[in-house]
Design a protein around this ligand. Structure first.
Ligand code: AMP
Ligand code: ZN
Ligand code: FE
Ligand code: FE
Length: 288
């Protein structure tokens, strides 16, 4: 019997806020029965080399990143996530933007820790930074410190409004989303809007912006994602069909920082092939 390949195009490792190292991530992907996995850490490509080095036989790796972006069409600006696949990791402008965003993330996390401490919450910046272990710093690393301090039971509770979801949340200094689409395309990559309709995560962008992004070079939309309801997933599919965009589905796996499992949502082979074709890669570069 011929079975369809299982493709998960959005996962995180310890290069950002996941809990498996890149090597553990690709082994876990093979163990989960995936044929293709993308490593898409926040604002970094640091996980690519160790993931390639540990790639199990038969598993294809899509090298990617999830770029922290903002849209200034409303006030205050909305933050959104852009998945970027198979771009040149040495593209100077993109490298500079990613480095800038990573530094801004550190400053922001340090300020969030200071706000917590000002309210008597026993978390320490050196410990949060050490917890990130050199990876891109994010709120899940502060969540881990709150868990260690016994103040919340798990990451989900740490993201409640009274903690990192609202009260102690500070904005990030993100990349303008139109500039990000342009930089990813200029670097030969393929940009896909991550969880564009995930209203449970916060305010969502209007469909008109997605149409404008499609005109500017956006390749696809992530429809199947745990943070989008079935109705939201259907809406994203409809919009993609209208705009001629490809559709992906993925787990957004973060190890134990989230409950979702690898391969919980997957991408159709046709969409994967279109990503490869748009990146100018007929076959994936890295196959174990
Ligand atoms: P940051 O990038 O620092 O703003 O942190 C956002 C990250 O936290 C994203 O990668 C999300 O996957 C993760 N996140 C957001 N909301 C939650 C939640 N409710 N539970 C667990 N992780 C979350
Ligand atoms: Zn994350
Ligand atoms: Fe995201
Ligand atoms: Fe993600």
């Amino acid at each position: 019997m011929i079975t369809s390949p299982r493709i998960d195009l959005h996962t995180h490792s310890t290069a950002s806020d996941g809990t498996l190292t890149p090597a553990e991530l690709v082994r876990a992907a093979a163990d989960a029965g995936l044929d293709v996995v993308a490593i898409t850490d926040h604002d970094t490509t640091a996980g690519w080399a160790p993931a390639v080095a540990a790639l199990p036989t038969g598993l294809s790796l899509v090298r990617g990143a999830e770029l922290s972006c903002c849209w200034h069409g409303v006030e205050p600006a909305l933050s959104l996530h852009l998945l970027a696949y198979l771009f040149d990791p040495e593209s100077p402008e993109l490298v500079a933007e990613l480095a800038r965003v990573r530094i801004a993330r550190e400053t922001r996390a340090e300020r969030m820790v200071a706000l917590l401490r000002a309210d008597g919450v026993e978390v320490s910046w050196p410990q949060v930074l050490a917890g990130a272990a050199g990876g891109t710093v994010g709120r899940p690393h502060i969540a881990a410190a709150l868990i260690r301090a016994g103040l919340v039971a798990d990451t989900a509770e740490a993201f409640a409004p009274r903690w990192l979801g609202e009260r102690y949340r500070l904005p990030k200094d993100d990349i303008d989303v139109f500039r990000a689409v342009e930089l990813v395309r200029a670097a030969g990559g393929v940009p896909v809007f991550a969880h564009p309709r995930a209203s449970r995560r916060g305010p969502i962008v209007p469909d008109e912006l997605i149409a404008d992004l499609a005109a500017a070079g956006l390749a696809g939309l992530e429809a199947d994602h745990e943070d989008q309801s079935p109705a939201e997933q259907a809406h994203v599919r409809g919009l993609a069909a209208e705009l001629g965009l490809l559709v992906t589905g993925s787990s957004d796996f973060h190890g134990t920082h989230k409950t979702v499992r690898l391969g919980a949502f997957t991408t159709a082979p046709q969409a994967y092939e279109r990503i490869l074709a748009e990146a100018g890669e007929v076959t994936p570069v890295a196959t174990g």
